[in-house]
Design a protein around this ligand. Sequence first.
Ligand SMILES: [Zn+2]
Length: 207
Amino acid sequence: MSSRHPDPAELVACPTCDALYRFAPPGPRQTASCARCGTVLFAPRPGAIRTVLALALAALALMTIALDYPFLTMNANGLTAQASVIDAVSSYAVDDMAPLSLAIAVLILLLPTLRLLLLVYVTLPLVFGGRAWPGARTAFRLNVQLRPWSMAEIFMVGVAVAMVKVADLATISFGPAFWAFAAVALLLAAKDAVTCERTLWHILRAS
Ligand SMILES: [Zn+2]
């Protein structure tokens, strides 16, 4: 350590041998490895922030399709029922089940959308070479803190389980919203995989 009082947020521990380093982002096509055990600590991809922004915008666009179009259609004994994501959320909005309805809306729709909007706010000016917009650090911190509460992917897993259970009783066909929501879940996972929190923090601190 070159300084006697390093900022703890700037310290990086090697996940293999716990050696401590002060974080400095490697340049393009450089990688940072642990000097003691050789574990690769950072391997930045050029244009990663642009990829994050593109994934976030694509997920937002698909989210609007997921809300507007039918999610699935069920056919049993000549009766057909069609449901959208909004129908699924509001079907619990009766009597004392209303809080559940609100919780589903917040966890599978509002928070994932809010996280995407926050990420767009943080990355958009950086992609175009400008300084971060006011409050970008707060926006990014909120985006990170909300991650455990953003459950669009878990909703899709729940839908898949329900489909297996219902498949014997009714014929199910998937609407555009189903595929849009499935794509949103994949894009959200890809976006989180591409986002290097430490690199973004470093850029936001510097700007
Ligand atoms: Zn190491």
